[in-house]
Design a protein around this ligand. Structure first.
Ligand code: GDP
Ligand code: GDP
Length: 438
């Protein structure tokens, strides 16, 4: 299941970072700490009353001038409208209502997206409430007072945010068509791949009415099956602010990955895998998405009988946290292996949905235990009693043991490898939960 996305927008200094940090605690990351992957505060996982969502901070650098302010805010609002399920519009009670707030409110209202208007820096509710009412003039609903620095008003605000998930966001959950995100750095060939795919297939133009996202999603039919392509290549606007654009393209990617079942990470064969590729792959891995690495522009590479192997080794090196990823070498230009791309995607989808019976799983585990004795510590030996698969997308297993502390990461990995030896599960991560049974 993809998590709902909440974007925070607002002028500089209204308290976006403070709110973001307060809600996210220390769970802020663009990806976890994989070697060579840097942290960047763009998105965070938030849990509120059993509901999980991904929060995105659209603010990055500050515009230099008043003139730039409005275009900066418009850009922020645009990206939020494009990518978020719910938008938190943050304003500042101390600065009061500002002209650019009203302009942004107009944009937000027209978008039809659920908006939660949050008034920050209400450090004293009794004293400052009269000033909060002024924001009714924006015409986007009830202003919710909070103090981000004192963590006041969060409960009501989050209730309001979470309420919108259940009302407006159900179409996607009911849509059975697998969603495929084609992601990667600029110029690696994403648009070319999408165009090639669409050129060869019948595009179905019927869009579900009322979905706010069909502007960026493209339904496609391949070998008699329906899929949805999630676009990330679209962001090529007249933007002066380069850092902002970079940030927004990362936000696009994060949200596309979040919503996808299978992620196709496109790599430029002439460049090889980069840090940014590793970041994107890290997000997909965290979220348990299906993973295909498409090495594009393969036509530009001089090859001998070792080239594929060398490329594969390189990729597996940099993306060592996802040895399961499918790798395919393609050319959008010449069409080489483009037909195979969907075959690989289909295999990954199958693997993401594969269920193994408990009987078979336990046979594999018992055999594995017989081959390699479980570890022991201070005279106590690990015992594995039972394994069962509890869910799919990604396939998730629970192993019952005598003592969790003894279940070393490497032994879990060993069991995982045995399961993969039997069933492959290529292109998908596998999740394991270890439970104690006394
Ligand atoms: P951003 O630019 O929107 O990310 O704003 P920041 O989070 O950096 O906050 C701007 C300033 O407002 C900082 O000095 C914060 O300490 C301050 N601030 C944020 N939230 C509150 C609040 O609830 N009350 C008060 N009094 N100050 C706040
Ligand atoms: P995007 O920014 O990732 O969407 O990349 P584009 O699809 O716009 O491609 C960037 C450039 O690479 C364009 O000039 C394409 O013509 C070129 N390109 C894309 N795929 C291939 C390929 O397979 N081989 C070659 N030689 N060029 C390609």
């Amino acid at each position: 299941m993809s998590r709902p996305i909440v974007a925070i927008i607002g002028r500089p200094n209204v308290g976006k970072s403070t709110l973001f940090n307060a809600l996210a605690g220390d769970r802020i990351s663009i990806v976890k700490d994989y070697p060579g992957v840097t942290r960047d505060r763009i998105y965070a996982d938030v849990t509120w009353l059993n509901t999980q969502f991904t929060m995105i901070d659209t603010g990055g650098i500050e515009p230099d001038s008043k003139d730039e302010m409005l275009s900066y805010m418009r850009l922020q609002a645009e990206i939020a409208i494009d990518t978020a399920d719910v938008i938190v519009f943050l304003v500042d009670v101390r600065q009061g209502l500002v002209d650019s707030d009203s302009k942004v409110a107009d944009m937000l209202r027209r978008s039809g997206k659920p908006i939660v208007l949050v008034v920050n820096k209400v450090d004293n509710f009794e004293k400052l409430m009269p000033d909060v009412y002024e924001f009714y003039n924006l015409g986007i609903g009830d202003p919710m007072p909070i103090s981000a620095s004192s963590k006041l008003g969060f409960g009501d605000m989050l209730d309001e945010v979470v309420k919108h998930f259940h009302s407006g966001n159900t179409e996607e959950a009911e849509d059975e068509r697998p969603r495929i995100a084609i992601v990667g750095k600029p110029n690696v060939g994403k648009s070319s791949i999408v165009n090639k795919l669409l050129g060869e297939t019948r595009v179905i133009v019927s869009n579900i009415a009322g979905t706010t996202r069909d502007a960026v999603d493209t339904p496609i039919r391949r070998n008699g099956k329906d899929y949805v392509l999630i676009d990330t290549a679209g962001l090529r606007r007249k933007n002066k602010i380069k850092e902002e654009l970079e940030r927004f393209s990362i936000i696009r990617t994060v949200t596309a990955v979040e919503r996808a079942d299978v992620v196709v990470l496109v790599i430029d064969a002439t460049e090889g895998v980069t840090e940014q590729d590793a970041k994107i792959a890290g997000i997909a891995h965290d979220r348990g998405k299906g993973m295909v690495i498409a090495v594009n522009k393969w036509d530009l590479i001089e090859k001998n009988n070792k080239t594929v192997k060398e490329f594969t080794t390189d990729i597996k090196d940099v993306l060592s946290f996802m040895p399961y990823a499918e790798i395919i070498f393609i050319s959008a230009e010449t069409g080489q292996r483009m037909h195979k791309l969907f075959e690989v995607i289909e295999v990954v989808i199958q693997n993401q949905n594969l269920r193994i019976s408990t009987g078979v799983l336990n046979e594999i585990m018992m055999e594995a235990i017989a081959l390699q004795q479980p570890p022991s510590d201070k005279g106590k030996r690990l015992k594995l009693y039972y394994i069962t698969q509890v869910s799919v997308k990604p396939p998730t297993f629970v192993i019952f043991v005598n003592d969790k502390e003894l279940m070393h990461f490497s032994y879990t990995r060993y069991i995982e490898n045995k399961i993969r030896e039997a069933f492959g599960f290529s292109g998908t991560s596998l999740k394991f939960f270890i439970r104690e049974r006394k």
